[in-house]
Design a protein around this ligand. Structure first.
Ligand SMILES: Cc1cc2nc3c(=O)[nH]c(=O)nc-3n(C[C@H](O)[C@H](O)[C@H](O)COP(=O)(O)OP(=O)(O)OC[C@H]3O[C@@H](n4cnc5c(N)ncnc54)[C@H](O)[C@@H]3O)c2cc1C
Length: 418
């Protein structure tokens, strides 16, 4: 640890996601040397990942090089490296490229897909957590239609053209809506010889409603809209098994499918398992209200990786605003610690939730108001455009959205991998 009044303290942040970048921004110009480490050289705007998966956006439009984001931060440097472990006593982060010492550590490594121990599902289903997942999913869906073109057996053809989405949260709803629009507005022109009435989109949700956590009125509106778009929504439907031919529900009903997408849950990343302290829900690291690791006040954990409070405290949702607000507080608490002041506790300010369903259709609860339809859709577009980092990315997304809206086309229908 750096000691002495003249010695600048070092802050190491693991993860250049929503939480990690907020810490960096708020420590800009502070009397500390900040190193942000990520296994990727870019920040990923995860909320639009489903649009890459459904041929609506190029991968490049939702990613921004971290070094570009940090250009104006003189006290911050970036290290491209995968963190494999952390030594809390020795105060070093261990990477494949060597050790990085720290005075303060912020763990903000996000989450990974949670298959809840269903190994067959993990083998067969496709998750959606990074750009590779999204591009591979797009490839897979488009390839299934190419195979359907030459398939003579009608049952197998129907299976190839069936997509099962597991998980009726915002991502599942948005994916189902986007795939339904692809089926309606684009595929009939690309595959004019195929009977697309056999192309099914099935959305499975284990609970008795879609969009858990949203107000009932918006849940009902989303359900009605998806059914109007011919998405087969099945509530209280739990997947028990999967094989390359599709999934089997808990009651034994088989659902043949060419593509199975699993967006039913997330858990803390493997790095969290290596932290030798107690874990909360979904393997998230338990931290106290000031976001500090119990027994290690110089270590903070935030975002998807953290569970604030005791094991019985309801965890915060795995959402970007939580990570961002926690990142802001950690930066403030580091500054306060340096000034000899006590750290402040985290209080989440929930400003709302929203999900888009399709063209001119979304649901949103913002500042206590519930809106649906066109207004919610406009709100969704605006919020995501403003939220996206980088002028170039905003422009790319805006151009793509305008193109998709006015031509009913999806420009990125590329199969890139064999
Ligand atoms: C498909 C999808 C859609 C979503 N849509 C929304 C939405 O619309 N609105 C919303 O609020 N939330 C949404 N979320 C949730 C939101 O993305 C997360 O809550 C948010 O990204 C969490 O921020 P974070 O900083 O904790 O982690 P992240 O933003 O995930 O960042 C973690 C970073 O850590 C890096 N990393 C991980 N492990 C290591 C390692 N070992 N070494 C080095 N670097 C590492 C990763 O590369 C990544 O850059 C969505 C999530 C998914 C999966």
């Amino acid at each position: 640890m750096s000691e002495g009044p003249d010695q600048r303290r070092s802050v190491v942040i693991v993860g250049a996601g929503f939480g990690g970048l907020r810490v960096v921004r708020r420590l800009r110009g502070a009397a500390v040397d900040v190193t942000i480490v990520d296994r990727r050289n870019y920040h990923l705007f995860v909320p639009l990942l489903y649009q890459v998966a459904t041929a609506g956006l190029e991968a490049e439009a939702i990613a921004q090089p971290v070094r570009r984001i940090l250009r104006k931060s003189a006290n911050v440097r970036f290290r491209l490296a995968t963190v494999t472990n952390v030594h809390l006593e020795r105060r070093v982060v261990i990477t494949q490229e060597g050790e990085i010492p720290f005075d303060f550590l912020v763990l903000a490594a996000g989450s990974v897909t949670n298959y809840f121990g269903l190994e067959s599902v993990a083998r067969v289903a496709r998750g959606l957590r990074d750009l590779d997942d999204a591009e591979q999913l797009r490839d897979h869906v488009l390839r299934a239609f190419e195979q359907a073109v030459v398939e003579r057996d009608p049952e197998r053809r129907r299976q190839l053209m069936t997509t099962v989405i597991v998980g009726g949260g915002p991502t599942g709803v948005e994916l189902a809506g986007a795939l339904a629009e692809l089926r309606r507005h684009v595929l009939p022109y690309d595959y004019s010889g195929l009977d697309l009435s056999a192309a099914r989109i099935v959305l499975l949700e284990a609970a008795d409603c879609l969009l858990p956590g949203f107000p009932t009125r918006l849940q009902t509106a989303a359900l009605a809209k998806l059914r109007e778009m011919a998405v087969e929504v099945r509530l209280q439907a739990t997947v028990a098994d999967a094989n390359p031919s599709g999934v089997t529900l808990r009651d034994g009903e088989p659902l043949p499918a060419g593509t199975v997408i699993w967006v039913a849950g997330m858990r803390a990343p493997p790095l969290a398992d290596l932290i030798p302290t107690a874990k909360g829900a979904n393997g998230r690291v338990l931290v106290n209200e000031t976001l500090q690791l119990p027994g290690y006040p110089h270590v903070f954990v935030i975002g998807d990786m953290a569970h604030v409070g005791g094991p019985d405290t309801k965890p915060h949702p795995m959402m970007a605003p939580v990570a961002i607000q926690q990142g802001g507080l950690v930066a403030e608490n580091i500054r306060r610690t340096l000034e000899g002041q006590p750290p402040k506790p985290f209080r989440y300010k929930n400003r709302g939730v929203m999900a888009t369903i399709g063209r001119r259709a979304a649901v949103a609860q913002v500042l206590g108001l519930q809106v649906g339809g066109f207004l919610a859709w406009l709100l969704w577009l605006t919020v995501h455009l403003v939220w996206l980092i980088g002028f170039r990315n905003r422009l790319l997304v805006l151009v793509n959205w305008a193109w998709n809206y006015f031509t009913y086309d999806r420009g990125v229908r590329l199969i890139r991998r064999s």
